[in-house]
Design a protein. Structure first.
Length: 218
């Protein structure tokens, strides 16, 4: 994955950052509707119809922050990260949720956002943005994601990756050969065909936008 800063100086993702209370556990009362069984598996549909059912399936979630930003910008939505976590977990046992992003060490607003994520169920993996001759700033975190995937494979049966980056295909293929179920969630128009092909289950992020977008307060 590659994370690139925006001209406005926001987090690579340019997100509107939520207020960061000192401590607030993930709400377990979020009501989430799910796609058809083709989206996140037939078991997920059963759990959506019977929200009291908690699966024994252990899963891990890896979020490509930069890829999610560009997808959200394309869809014209602001992501609610608690709803995102709830929707992709789908009542399964979440072992770990990672969020990967490039950071500007001088951007206090971004630091506040990442601190908020770390207090709301995500383990943030970051790397300082590097300046390139064309004026862009990027941070590649492919290696970090691949290493975490392989380590997680020993502890969970499903790995869900929110990214469309084809550089992750080989690492995901290695997980698949170990018997790990691979789920890929991303905007289809921004996703490598190889990544879609390697997945046991692929979900277009556009089909989940009503479940993961931030809802306006009345």
């Amino acid at each position: 994955m590659s994370s690139q800063s925006e001209q406005n100086g926001n987090e690579p993702g340019g997100h509107v950052y939520p207020a960061a209370p000192s401590h607030s556990p993930i709400s377990k009362a979020l009501e989430t509707s799910y796609r058809s069984s083709a989206a996140l598996g037939s078991d997920s549909l059963a759990r959506a119809n019977h929200p009291g059912i908690v699966s024994s399936e252990r899963m891990a979630l890896l979020v490509d922050g930069s890829n999610l930003f560009y997808a959200a910008s394309y869809l014209g939505i602001e992501i609610d990260y608690l709803r995102l976590l709830s929707a992709l977990t789908a009542e399964r046992q979440l072992l770990r949720a990672y969020f990967y992003t490039g950071v500007d060490p001088h951007n206090e607003k971004q630091r506040g956002f990442l601190l908020w994520l770390s207090r709301h169920g995500y383990r943030v993996i970051s790397k300082d943005l590097m300046q390139y001759t064309d004026g862009s700033r990027k941070a590649n975190l492919h290696v970090e994601m691949a290493v975490d995937m392989l380590q997680l494979a020993e502890h969970c049966s499903t790995v869900t990756v929110l990214s469309g980056d084809g550089h992750l295909t080989y690492a995901l293929d290695a997980l698949s050969r170990r018997g790990v179920r691979i789920e890929v969630v991303s905007l289809q128009s921004m996703t490598s065909d190889a990544l879609i092909d390697i997945a046991d289950c692929y979900t277009d992020l556009a089909d989940l936008q009503t479940q993961i977008r931030k809802q306006r307060r009345l």
